[in-house]
Design a protein around this ligand. Sequence first.
Ligand code: GRF
Length: 197
Amino acid sequence: MSKIVVLISGNGSNLQALIDNVTSGDLEAEIAAVVSNKADAYGLIRAQEAGIPTEVLDLKEVLSDGGNREGYDIELAGLVAAYEPDLIVLAGWMLILGKGFLDRFPNKVINLHPAMPGAFAGTRAIERAHAAFQRGEIKRTGVMVHRVIPEVDAGPVVTKEPVPIFPGESVDELEERVHEVEHNLIVAAVALVLGQT
Ligand code: GRF
């Protein structure tokens, strides 16, 4: 059974989609651990309720203890490597991973991003797409899962899906529809990378 480690920073609704599909057997994988950079991430509760081991490595704490960013990536890599993952899934992980982490897991890290390839890299991607639509610059946004490289929200695309934007809809309404697409796409992407489709 393939082992995956999921990295999160917040609510964890995409983690929940993975948990539900593993539990139902639709996704043949074991979630070996959930790791967060935030101790108050609700996703940790979702993991604990599913009986999945959890870990927290808070960047602010590492830095205030005299550590540095590179050291954080290396420490995080060690913590993740202990679970011997076949795949590492960034599902709402909000820190950039550097070479100290990525070199430890070549071609084994994928990330979910709520925009199409090359569009709205970085944070607040859904809000920025909504604003661009209002300005008449775009007609749709989307969701992608890509392999992670040191450049933010770049790297070879595993899968993607466009999401139309409708006149008059609010950011919250668009966000809700984008998350629905994400929940299916993250599961499909993991299955694809693990050779299950
Ligand atoms: C998702 O929209 C993901 O694409 C982005 O952060 C959000 C996390 O949502 N990077 P959740 O924590 O999985 O609910």
